[in-house]
Design a protein around this ligand. Structure first.
Ligand code: PLP
Length: 371
């Protein structure tokens, strides 16, 4: 019922938009099935626009990507988690992010059975406090590195906890400072490597973080990562690639005083026209959008009335007399100023554009390729 149309030209245009903003290499982040847009289609399209380096999540995703792109560089941002991942890293030339002693030890041991060195990216913890080697690990890491004869240091990487808020730029600076300090410690041992810390927001609003490689994800899919800051204009020009439509199943009147949907938690204040849409939480259109979400129909935004159901949602269609069963509404996208961005839906839902893309993108997809 729900259909996700992914405009591959928008994704290519977004890549070219970002390309103009930096001299650094770009790792196109396509983890989690390209944020719900489709790993294979998105990556092939990006490669044809000039992308040479990709970031997937799991090693398994790297294997899927390698099966469609032979020549590109593939990094696994999560690194090995399963026994078979080590073999895949070697045979499919995937560069793993390594964040733990366990991964490092296992990969180093595995590398003894290999004739060529395995390149790795070491993930360093600089303030997000999620994954990565910490400052206190550094001395031992440098010492141990000499024994990792089968490994080659390709890159040092870290991840920023925030970037889109200029009031918090000092936190970004702090992470960058710590990262550079750690990088110097490695360089002082005579090691050579790339340095990478920037995500989409940092690519757009923080040039000093670009270093050797930037790692945009969300911006490729058209969300403006600095939308809610005073720097929003710097991300204008990104175009959302995902458009989701759902069918109108019925249109009927709701009399003043009548309620609608489970719990009757919306009561009509006046006579209304309502449209019942084939879209619900079974399609990952969250029940959190009950009485809060909006959909798009012919230039207008129609509010969700009452509870979002499993496969149905009711809209107020009073302002669009022409709407009829068999037509479609946009759950995401549309055209003009009332079109619905993932950021809009995220706000109503109480989440972020990332989750909106990942979840709604799980519906059956079709691809738009122009030219
Ligand atoms: C997801 C991810 C990115 C991309 O972040 P965006 O905010 O989507 O640009 C970059 N680096 C790492 C390690 C990630 O996990």
């Amino acid at each position: 019922m729900l259909k996700a149309a992914v405009d591959l030209n928008s994704i290519r245009d977004n890549f070219l938009f970002l390309r103009k903003k930096t001299q650094s290499r770009i790792m196109a982040v396509v983890k989690a099935d390209a944020y719900g847009h489709g790993l294979k289609e998105v990556s092939i399209s990006l490669a044809s626009a000039g992308a040479e380096t990709f970031g997937v999540g799991t090693v398994r995703e790297g294997l899927l990507l390698r099966n469609c792109l032979d020549r590109v560089h593939i990094y696994s941002l999560l690194g090995p988690m399963e026994e078979e991942d080590y073999q895949i890293i070697r045979s499919r030339r995937i560069i793993p992010f390594i964040h733990s002693w366990e991964q490092l030890k296992a990969l180093s041991e595995f590398s003894r059975t290999c004739t060529e060195k395995i390149p790795v990216a070491l993930k360093l913890e600089t303030g997000m406090n999620r994954l990565g080697f910490r400052g206190s690990d550094l001395e031992m890491l440098l010492e141990l590195w000499n024994n990792c004869q089968g490994l080659e240091l390709d890159m040092l990487a870290s991840h920023l906890a925030l970037t889109d808020d200029p009031m918090k730029q000092d936190k970004v600076k702090k992470q960058l400072e710590i990262f550079m300090k750690y990088c110097r410690a490695f360089a002082n041992k005579g090691l050579e490597f790339k340095k990478s810390i920037a995500n989409s927001a940092a690519l757009i609003d923080c040039p000093e973080t670009h270093l050797d490689m930037v790692r945009p994800g969300i911006a490729l899919y058209g969300d403006n990562p600095v939308r809610s800051s005073s720097l929003r204009s710097k991300g204008q020009g990104l175009v959302q690639a995902m458009h989701i439509t759902a069918p109108v199943l019925a249109v009927h009147e709701l009399k003043a005083g009548e309620g609608v949907s489970y719990g009757l938690c919306f009561t009509a204040p006046k006579d209304m026209r309502i449209a019942v849409i084939g879209c619900g939480y079974a399609h990952n259109y969250s029940r959190m959008l009950s009485n809060r979400g909006w959909m798009f129909y012919q230039g207008e935004r129609l509010p969700v009335l009452g509870r979002v159901c499993m496969q149905l949602t009711v809209l107020d269609a009073t302002c669009v007399p022409g709407i009829s069963a068999g037509e479609k509404v946009h759950v995401l996208g549309g055209s003009g100023e009332n079109s619905i961005s993932a950021g809009d839906t995220a706000r109503w839902w109480g989440t972020v554009a990332y989750e909106v893309f990942c979840l709604l993108g799980r519906n059956p997809r079709e691809y738009i390729r122009r030219g």
